[in-house]
Each structure stands twice: as structure tokens, then as C-alpha cells.
Design a protein around this ligand. Structure first.
Ligand SMILES: NC(=O)c1ccc[n+]([C@@H]2O[C@H](COP(=O)([O-])OP(=O)(O)OC[C@H]3O[C@@H](n4cnc5c(N)ncnc54)[C@H](O)[C@@H]3O)[C@@H](O)[C@H]2O)c1
Ligand SMILES: N[C@H](CO)Cc1c[nH]c[nH+]1
Ligand SMILES: [Zn+2]
Length: 429
């Protein structure tokens, strides 16, 4: 863990190294992923079965890649009613928030009498990647599937690795709840390749969404262009801005809630109070003694964690904007006031009773968010990832007469005679 203070003369250098230290180093996986994708393109399902045997220790025939309706039903039936109710509450809130995102079409006639429009259309087929290597993420099923459903996507295919062949009942229950029944037990780059290029068993999709490890992220990067993708998700991050009126233990736990995701996750505390910073640092070490995922969390905290003591909240806001974190918790008396100065963050959690974990599960907004400082230019998963725009122009002779001559001039200036004629012949008509 790095301790930084803006009063320190080395702060700029130390902070620069903190900023640089983000994202998966995907260079080491570029070649292996390229080979896997080529192999899936060439050998299709046979390659999928080979990689599933190698990485997930599961021997399958191509026909067994898809999880059957009976397996989905029987696994989902094993989920307790308490968990089922929790899934339903989460689904209801996520669905409602994403429904509120549906944008309006545009359709108006301008003062030259030309009718202009823009229409939103859902994608035909999308592929959801649901991570399943180190941990299973039923909540990510809801976060990926529900915006697609709300957008009106007709076909939703889902890939999830099942290490050692173990199905996760809650993952399947979540998929079932969202009406997703095309599910394949394939993970990693091979799953991304199958959804992008198609195999005999898995028809190709138009866009692939969902988080995953470095292999998944790099595979999405390599298939981009052939299909759409949502983003390249890196390791999880949280920045907590807290004053000394917080319980250090709660702040420590919030930092560890990100750290326990992944050894590469990053958790940063920003505070104006150095004694409080010290107390949180100690509380983190204390909590690590009992946390079940302490091995992952302590590596993350040790290598990527930081505590930054600032002189005032303006400095804190400036640092947050430079970090552009995936998640920002504001544990202050007036969180909304502080948030007004934040321009770059994937999602903001305001108030001492609003930890990031609330948004991971049941808040409503999506938990698939821009990482590795990409919140400077990107946003979290939403209905917009599953719809696209088509624009339209409609005019009669009068409208063409009003604006066509300017088009002729521009076409001639570009040396495009057919363009110019396409307009002028009609104007002369
Ligand atoms: N941003 C989010 O919303 C969000 C949500 C959930 C999870 N996550 C992140 O997703 C990631 C999940 O990673 P994971 O590993 O647990 O699951 P995963 O499903 O992403 O990856 C597992 C797959 O990786 C492949 N793989 C493993 N070792 C390989 C190797 N040596 N060569 C080629 N392929 C290999 C295997 O095919 C395996 O099936 C974590 O980093 C987690 O933090 C992010
Ligand atoms: N915090 C993760 C996104 O960065 C999402 C998640 C899923 N389950 C728990 N957390
Ligand atoms: Zn989380």
C-alpha cells in the first residue's frame, strides 16, 4: 500500500506512478489469445472442447457445450427462496432503472420543409460473457442480461465457464429469471471467439458484453470490429473520499470489498485527516486477518492500494478526476456538494449508508463500469449498449431546391462529379 500526502514534495512523482499502475498487462496474453481465436475459427466446437478440458478441467462433446433446459431448470430449483427473492428484488430495480434510460426517437420537419429523423433499433443478437473462473457472478448475469432485454434484443446467448464441470445454481437461476436460456459452459478467449465468429453449436452474435479476466478482455479487443463490444474491462477499482467522522472499520471494509475481487484490484482512500488515514490503514490490516478471500485482498492492497492525505476537499476532487475511478464513494456530510466537482467516475455512491456493494447488487444502475481511467471517455453498461441509431431524411422538390445547390458546390469542391450531378440533375428537372 502506498501512503501519499499532497504536502509531500515527492507527491507528483508518487501520484504519477499510482496513475500509471493501472489495467491488466494484456501484452503477455496477446499471442496466446490470438492463437486461441484462430483455433476456434478453424476448428470450431472441437477447439472449444479442447480448451474447456485444458483450462476448466471438463471433458465435453460439442453437443454438451450448451447447458440443457433441464439442467437450467433443476439447478435453478436448488436456489433457496431467500436468495430467489433477493435476485428478484435486484432484477426489479435494475430493470426499472434501465427502462428509464430508453431514449426518444427524433422526428421533426425543419423550416425548409425537410423531415429529419433518428430511430433507435435493438441489436438482433448479443453475447453475454459471465465470468466464472475464480468466483461466480450471478449479479453480473442480471447486470448484462436485463439492459439487453429492456432494449428489446431478440437473441441473448450467454457463455460462462464451469470449472471442473460445476454449475452455479444462482448463475443459472439469474439467467432463467431474465429469460436467458441459450447458455454455454465455455469461458475465456475461446468463448469470446465462439460468440464472435460462430461455431456449429454457437451461432455468432452482433455484440459481446460483460467483464472477465485478462484473456477475456484481450479476446474482446481482438474481435472488435468483427463484432461490437461494450468495453475492455480491467481490474475493479474504488476510491473512497472520507472525513474523520466515519468509522475506520467501515471504510476499511469498503476498500477491501474491491480488493477481494482480484489481486490487481485497486482501492484508494482520500482523506483530509492524517490520524484517520492511519486508523483506516490499521483497520484494513486487522480485517485482512479474518477475511475469507484475504490472500487475494492482501495482495491487491499491498501492491495497488493507496491512502492519500490531502489539504482540502478541492484537492480531493482534483485527484479523483485524475484517477477517473470505476467507483467513487463519498462518505462526507454533504456528498452531493462534493460530487458536483466530479467529472470522471464510472459510478458515484453518496452518503455514509451507501457503500459501493449496494450498487454491485441491488441499487439499480449497472455494475459493469469503465475501469483503468477509461471513465474519462467511457460509461458503464446501459441500454445504449444494446441499441443503435438510424437517421433519415425525407424531402420533396422544394426542400431539395432550398439546400441542394449548396450540396452541388461542396461536391464540386471535393471533385466528386457524380455527387454533384445526383443533386443538380434533380434540381434542373
Ligand atoms: N467489472 C465488473 O463488473 C466485474 C464483475 C465481475 C467480475 N469482474 C472481474 O472479472 C474477472 C473474472 O476473472 P476470472 O478469472 O475469475 O473468470 P473468467 O471467467 O474471466 O476467466 C476464466 C477463464 O479464463 C481462461 N483462462 C484461465 N487461464 C488461462 C490461461 N493460462 N490461458 C488461456 N486462458 C486461460 C479459462 O478459459 C477460464 O475459463 C475478475 O478480474 C473480476 O474482478 C468484473
Ligand atoms: N464490483 C464489481 C464491479 O467492479 C461487480 C461485482 C459483482 N459482484 C460483486 N461485485
Ligand atoms: Zn464488487
Amino acid at each position: 500500500m502506498k501512503r501519499l500526502s499532497t504536502s509531500d514534495s515527492h507527491f507528483k512523482t508518487q501520484f504519477a506512478s499510482l496513475l500509471a499502475n493501472r489495467g491488466n498487462d494484456e501484452r503477455r496474453v496477446v499471442e496466446p489469445v490470438r492463437n486461441i481465436l484462430d483455433d476456434v475459427r478453424t476448428r470450431g466446437d472441437v477447439a472449444l472442447c479442447d480448451y474447456t478440458a485444458r483450462f476448466d478441467r471438463l471433458t465435453l462433446t460439442p453437443e454438451q457445450l450448451r447447458i440443457s433446459a433441464e439442467e437450467i431448470r433443476s439447478e435453478a430449483a436448488r436456489v433457496s427462496s431467500e436468495l430467489m427473492d433477493a435476485l428478484k428484488l435486484a432484477a426489479k430495480r435494475i430493470e426499472a432503472f434501465h427502462k428509464a434510460q430508453i431514449p426518444q426517437d427524433i422526428d421533426f420537419t425543419d423550416d425548409q420543409g425537410i423531415r429529419l429523423g433518428m430511430r433507435w433499433t435493438a441489436l438482433d443478437a448479443v453475447g453475454l460473457y459471465v465470468p466464472g473462473g475464480k468466483a461466480a457472478y450471478p449479479s453480473s448475469v442480471l447486470m448484462n442480461a436485463l439492459p439487453a432485454k429492456v432494449a428489446g434484443v431478440k437473441r441473448i446467448a450467454m457463455c460462462v465457464p464451469t470449472p471442473d464441470g460445476v454449475l452455479n445454481p444462482l448463475v443459472l437461476a439469474a439467467a432463467h429469471l431474465c429469460g436467458v436460456d441459450e447458455i454455454y459452459r465455455v469461458g475465456g478467449a475461446q468463448a469470446v471467439g465462439a460468440m464472435a465468429y460462430g461455431t456449429h453449436q454457437i451461432a455468432p452474435v452482433d455484440r459481446i458484453v460483460g467483464p472477465g479476466n485478462a484473456f477475456v478482455a484481450e479476446a474482446k479487443r481482438q474481435v472488435f470490429g468483427h463484432v461490437g463490444i461494450d468495453s475492455i474491462a480491467g481490474p475493479s477499482e474504488v476510491v473512497v473520499v472520507a472525513d474523520e467522522n466515519n468509522d475506520p472499520r467501515l471504510v476499511a471494509i469498503d476498500l477491501l470489498a474491491q480488493a477481494e475481487h482480484d489481486e490487481q484490484a485497486q482501492s484508494i482512500l482520500i482523506t483530509t485527516h492524517s490520524a484517520f488515514a492511519e486508523a483506516v490503514g490499521n483497520a484494513v490490516l486487522n480485517e485482512l486477518k479474518t477475511l475469507p478471500r484475504s490472500k487475494i485482498a492482501s495482495q491487491s492492497w499491498e501492491n495497488h492500494g493507496a491512502i492519500i492525505v490531502v489539504k482540502n476537499l478541492d484537492e480531493a476532487a482534483d485527484i479523483v478526476n485524475q484517477l477517473a475511478p470505476e467507483h467513487l464513494e463519498i462518505l462526507l456530510d454533504e456528498p452531493r456538494l462534493f460530487s458536483e466537482n466530479i467529472r470522471h467516475a464510472g459510478a458515484i455512491f453518496m452518503g455514509r449508508y451507501c457503500p459501493e456493494a449496494l450498487g454491485d447488487y441491488v441499487g439499480g444502475p449497472n455494475h459493469v463500469l469503465p475501469t483503468s481511467r477509461t471513465a474519462r471517455f467511457a460509461s458503464g453498461l446501459s441500454v445504449f449498449d444494446f441499441i443503435k441509431r438510424t437517421t433519415s431524411i425525407e424531402t420533396n422538390r422544394n426542400g431539395l431546391k432550398a439546400i441542394g445547390p449548396a450540396g452541388v458546390s461542396l461536391a464540386k469542391a471535393e471533385g466528386l462529379d457524380a455527387h454533384a450531378l445526383s443533386l443538380s440533375l434533380r434540381l434542373d428537372n
